[in-house]
Design a protein around this ligand. Structure first.
Ligand code: NAP
Length: 327
């Protein structure tokens, strides 16, 4: 152990390459238990830590008070809704995340949700595997909806949204609408994206994809009035965070046939309750918050997070500091 190196705690398992990188510069202790670290163990581990590598742990006042030496928190994710930004700012703790490395991987999964929901892939997979496919059945009962040349509305056309746009427009010939708080002129030029109001986006889109970060402004931002404005034939896709949506309103829109179907990677409470009504709906494709989870991308994210932590502690350039905490 080198006493000159800053002490850091890795609250999640990271691949050997990322751990080796961290160990070059830091005195590293890691959580090696199964599953997420219990809160009390995390707080105890932070008593003398200057850096923390984490993914979903709430970085709030309580934690910061128990971590008097903490200078940097690096999350292995692009979303950082678990950061209490005010508390971190007050205590001068830097927060970093992992943008860009996962954009294509998450975009692939969003397309998978769109295709699965529209072409009923999971529903029909279950149909075949359960032996219900018999000769002479009316085929029309199995028909789906076209994705190609349909219209797509992205709410939150940022880094990941642009990679979805690229696939949808250049691959599937889709017409693209988007709604952000501010315009994205590059995306308008590259993908012919039309900047529209929420109302217009909901009224025009065959697929509505929610891709905003979870912030106090986007918490339960998508609600009944939005589902009510969607086309009855449209699909709702959420790969942002579950809490951006009023889930009861989503259940109601699906149960009443107000919308055609949904593709979900995220839920208000995760893991989702096995008795949740969404899980019993054949027109809903449900994934376990798996958007960035390919082996390669998770390795790249861990390495980016390790580099972020080292750069932040050394005061080097190049760490992806979250925008609200940039000085
Ligand atoms: P990003 O580049 O920051 O893009 C987010 C977009 O949302 C921006 O274009 C932003 O535009 C827009 N936005 C923010 N607040 C808004 C509001 N109140 N109303 C309308 N638009 C708003 O982020 P990203 O890298 O694409 O990631 C987006 C989110 O995806 C992450 O924060 C994370 O929660 C989620 N995610 C999920 C998975 C998964 O596994 N399912 C994986 C990775 C990421 P304006 O600022 O102009 O409004």
């Amino acid at each position: 152990m080198d006493h000159g190196k800053p002490k850091v705690f890795a609250a999640k398992r990271i691949p050997p390459e990322a751990l080796a990188y961290l160990e070059q510069y830091c005195d590293v202790r890691s959580w090696d238990g199964d599953g997420p670290i219990p809160r009390e163990r995390l707080l105890a581990a932070l008593a003398d830590a200057e850096g923390l590598l984490t993914s979903g742990d709430a970085i709030d006042d309580e934690l910061l008070a128990r971590a008097p030496k903490l200078r940097a928190v690096s999350t292995v994710s692009v979303g950082y809704n678990h950061f209490d930004l005010d508390a971190m700012r007050r205590r001068g703790v830097v927060g970093t995340h992992t943008p860009y490395v996962l954009d294509d991987t998450v975009a692939d999964l969003v397309l998978a949700l769109m295709l699965s929901a529209a072409r009923r892939v999971t529903e029909l997979d279950a149909y075949v595997k359960s032996g219900r496919w018999e000769r002479g059945q009316p085929e029309a009962a199995l028909f789906g909806t076209d994705v190609h040349h349909a219209s797509l509305g992205i709410v939150g056309l940022g880094r990941i949204g642009e990679r979805i746009a690229q696939r949808a427009v250049h691959g599937f010939g889709m017409k693209l609408y988007y709604h952000n708080r501010s315009r994205n002129p590059e995306a308008e030029e590259r993908y012919g994206a039309q900047y529209v109001s929420m109302d217009e986006l909901l009224g025009e889109s065959d697929f509505v994809v929610l891709m905003t970060p979870l912030t106090p402004k986007t918490e339960r931002f998508f609600r009944k009035e939005h589902f009510d404005r969607m086309k009855p034939s449209a699909f709702f896709i959420n790969a942002s965070r579950g809490r951006t949506v009023d889930e009861n309103a989503l259940v109601e829109a699906l149960a009443t046939g107000r919308i055609r179907g949904a593709g979900l990677d995220v839920y208000e409470v995760e893991p989702v309750d096995p008795s949740h009504p969404l899980l019993a709906m054949p027109n809903v494709v449900t994934l376990p918050h798996i958007g960035s989870a390919t082996a390669q991308t998770r390795r790249d994210m861990a390495l980016t997070a390790a580099r972020n932590l080292v750069a932040s502690l050394r005061g080097d350039e190049g760490a992806y500091v979250v925008k609200e905490l940039r000085s």
